[in-house]
Design a protein around this ligand. Structure first.
Ligand SMILES: C[S@@+](CC[C@H](N)C(=O)[O-])C[C@H]1O[C@@H](n2cnc3c(N)ncnc32)[C@H](O)[C@@H]1O
Length: 281
């Protein structure tokens, strides 16, 4: 990131509460930066003018005005930087709002082809009579595939109430719960847990892994998967969802994160898909 881009990011994310999820064109970026620089120069100019005349005319009032102007400028600069830092941290409320807004259009998005999903579900141990937990299920894109495999039960959770509303209305037979993968608890354990197309959206992924491991039967299978390559996914996220996404760890690093709880035996990262899966110790 060059200095100009960093400066415009600070100005944009630091002075607005809204921008987070929107992609800003480089033209708009430059305009915002120019306006900010003009406003700052005016501010500095007024301060300098007040202080200059205060000294010249020995006017206490002008001096106080000039100093106040300088202090206000410094205060605003610090506030802007503080807000920018806050905006860079992934925040659950922002993630929830982001996916609430996407929910009504989610099913218009292309999904991975059946062959890829079948590979992921075969590797994920999704078979007849399994009790399945789908974490961050969205509108339930995987539910028809579970049903096709005659699983015993499907439980699903998602942070976004709007996603949950749609998933429930499409699949009344599925137990869809609005909840946070980091803290949710269940009164039963599952044979398989699947996190599909969602792992980069967890601000503290280690907490999610540790929490979900408690809801898996010993020997049960835990799967994190994506229906596209890591490279493609990271590019999409950084272009349009940077505010609500981390970079997907590569397979080896994810396997290391999982190894305290699971025997990881599947690691796939190719141009079509990504999957890391293991059984509970
Ligand atoms: C990219 S969407 C994928 C949805 C679905 N798995 C699919 O493939 O269509 C990511 C989903 O993760 C959900 N999510 C994000 N953070 C979550 C959390 N902490 N707990 C549960 N769900 C979460 C979002 O609400 C969103 O529906």
């Amino acid at each position: 990131m060059d200095l100009l881009e960093l400066l415009s990011d600070i100005v944009i994310y630091g002075s607005s509460d809204l921008v987070g999820n929107k992609k800003i064109s480089s033209k708009t970026r430059k305009r915002i930066l120019v306006v900010f620089i003009i406003v700052s120069l005016c501010h500095i100019g007024i301060s300098a003018f007040c202080i200059f005349w205060a000294i010249k005319d020995k006017s206490i009032i002008l001096l106080v005005l000039g100093i106040l102007c300088v202090l206000l400028f410094i205060y605003n600069a610090f506030k802007t930087i503080e807000k920018y830092k806050e905006a860079q941290q992934m925040n659950k409320e922002i993630i929830k709002d982001f996916f609430d807004n996407l929910a009504p259009h989610w099913d218009n998005e292309p999904i991975a082809d059946k062959e890829i999903i079948d590979t992921i579900l075969d590797n994920g141990g999704i078979k007849e009579n399994a009790d399945v937990l789908d974490v961050a299920c969205g509108t339930g894109v995987l539910f028809p595939y579970y049903l096709e495999r005659n699983v015993k039960s499907i439980t699903a959770i998602d942070l976004s109430p709007e996603m949950v509303k749609i998933a429930k209305s499409k699949f009344p037979q599925v137990n869809v719960i609005c909840g946070d993968a980091e803290s949710i608890t269940f009164d039963r354990n599952f044979d398989c847990i699947v996190i599909y197309n969602a792992f980069p959206h967890f601000p503290e992924p280690e907490k999610v892994i540790s929490n979900l491991s408690k809801s898996l039967k010993t020997g049960g299978r835990f799967t994190i998967a994506h229906g596209m390559s890591k490279k493609e996914l990271d590019e999409i996220h950084m272009k349009s969802a940077g505010k609500v996404s981390n970079i997907l760890p590569d397979c080896d690093n994810l396997a290391k994160m999982l190894e305290s709880y699971f025997n990881v035996d599947i690691m796939i990262s190719n141009e079509k898909m990504y999957q890391v899966s293991g059984t509970k110790k």
